[in-house]
Write a protein that binds this ligand. Sequence first.
Ligand code: ATP
Ligand code: MN
Length: 477
Amino acid sequence: MKHTKVKDLLKSTTTLQEVNAKGWVRTFRNNQFIALNDGSTLNNIQCVVDFENTPDEILKRITTGAAVSVTGELVESKGAGQTYEIQVKKIEILGDSDPDKFPMQPKKHSLEFLRENAHLRVRTNAFGAIMRVRSVLAFAVHSYFQKKGFVYVNTPVITGADAEGAGEMFQVTSLPMDKLPKNEEGAIDYKKDFFGKHTNLTVSGQLEAETYAMALGQVYTFGPTFRAENSNTSRHLAEFWMIEPEVAFNDLNDNMDLAEDFIQYVIKYTMDKCGDDLKFLEGRLLEEEKSKPQAERSELALLDKLNFVLENNFKRVSYTEAIDILRNSTPNKKKKFNYIINEWGADLQSEHERFLVEKHFKCPVILFDYPANIKAFYMRLNEDGKTVRAMDILFPGIGEIVGGSQREERYDVLVEKMKVLGIDEEELSWYLDTRRFGSAVHSGFGLGFERLVLFVTGMTNIRDVIPFPRTPGNAEF
Ligand code: ATP
Ligand code: MN
């Protein structure tokens, strides 16, 4: 007999003579009530065991974590909390679990403990919910772009470009570390390396995506990216997933409209599909916040926070306006910021971004027109000659969630900029071809998928929204 998913059993509209369910025991109470979970939903189905007619041998093996198959009648439940339950006629132990050794006991575990057990943490309610939400969000990303006629492009994970302009890179090599081949100058001879040159893991698919936008019009990437920065924060991973749309003929305003519409769509889509999981995560967050001082608690519950993003436009503020606000802010005057803002041109730290979003505007903010010298080489220079058409989207609790720009489409201006920064023209000649042949205004952005998952799930550490996080000093599993 084919088993039915717990999700479908709980949604049943009639009682059923005989059903089969397979899953893992969450708890077994009074030698009688199994809470069975199969991952199809947050909710367990209660399976009532006829303990008088079940051998002790079997009853003893129904322990937290064990895999079981139960067959019986689906009946309306008399107990509180569920509509249907299974009156078990036959139970089979598929895989035993030693109750004394199974780490995921039915009690509250710290997130740190769960991180050390990342292969088992998904068997908890919270991580089951997070990973289902993550999956639905990923689908929503594709749904949005596909509906709008964007082409999904898979840019390379291994890149020959040394300067993608986004961060420190991991080197990819098959050279023997203990006897590296040297050239005549005594330097490492990368001609002998696998690709015949020095290669890295990509930090962004943007440059390649731009070449595709110049033919297909609207494209997006959605894949893994790697950064070797030693930033041990709750918002940085060494391996993360990035979504990068790139659109021909879009200027910076179109780019902001796209980003805002996109974010609102994927959040709405996920709220429609993941009601139970998000409700659970909202409750989890409320619990967690109780242990924080009043001032640090968020004013809105999770679902209200998500609705707020759907119902309110993102506030668009120029970098110059933001600097004025920050300069005159109380934490700046009282020297509460770690980095005091004195002058125009200062790079914004996450404390500043969070002040703007959480204290000043109290809504998502799009900052635009940044000083050219704190942004990447490919951003469109404004007529003022000192700012570029960059935009960062800042979210409450997260800080920067999107970084994007209108790209410099003018060949001469771009080459000049590369010269100033010492970026090898020869090496990026293929990129410059987009400006040599049929160049056009175009724009795009990068959105860190895990930062989006953080926001939607209300989790606070990015290590808790990706199955197996990679961070400095940690590549377990
Ligand atoms: P940050 O200033 O937060 O370090 P960034 O400016 O270096 O980010 P971008 O190069 O603009 O990041 O990358 C685009 C987006 O990718 C960011 O807005 C963010 O959402 C995400 N992102 C960047 N670095 C990381 C990382 N190490 N881990 C997870 N997401 C990241
Ligand atoms: Mn950025």
